[in-house]
Write a protein that binds this ligand. Sequence first.
Ligand code: ADP
Ligand code: NI
Length: 216
Amino acid sequence: VSDHSYEDLLKKAENFVRDHMAGYDPSHDWPHVDRVRRVAIRIAKTLEPQPDMLVVELAALFHDLDDKYRTESSPTLSDLLSPFLSHPCLTSNQAELILKIIPNISYTSEIKSRSKNQWTWQDECKELFAVQDSDRLDAIGSIGIMRCSAFSCKINRKLLHDNEDDGHGAEDHFEEKLLKIRDRMKTPFGREEAERRHQTMVSFLESLQKEKELLQ
Ligand code: ADP
Ligand code: NI
């Protein structure tokens, strides 16, 4: 593989992310990133005009590097990514777009950019939509249920709440966030898949209620 090729860049990016995330818990590990990358590419292929696939794939690969695990002394995202973003097969526009997309994927950052009440690049960036919808899909449905349990374990949150302890179990995260995701999707593909995954969570929660009734 020539070191000026896309394959070379993607392989190096993938190896870097895999190593960097090796110690992360299963709610945010390499398999999460790999799923987000694959589904982002599928979503991007359904969009017209077709987004820049290399930007989509790299933004997806790098999207959780700068997450909850950073400390004061962590390098900035652009320092961390500079060896990849200066690769000969990436233009400076592509590199800049990747750096712009990553901090704008989360819903919290979306709310912040909305509060200005103006039309911004975030409202029309197809590369952003593909990664955003893909990351959101990974938080819902069957995989979402498993990730919610994994994250809860990491933060010492119990699975279920009991009556004296309302609002403090992993099960409460569905109301807090996961059941709201369906209405926040950006692409037709994302909306359709989110609808299916939403129903999976609804059936799961109904079944959970039945199981809890036996404990009364
Ligand atoms: P993402 O990588 O999809 O942006 P987040 O960082 O928001 O995800 O969360 C990672 C995973 O942990 C998600 O699947 C989410 O449902 C779960 N999670 C986040 N916060 C909580 C919480 N307070 N309780 C239980 N699960 C949570
Ligand atoms: Ni993610």
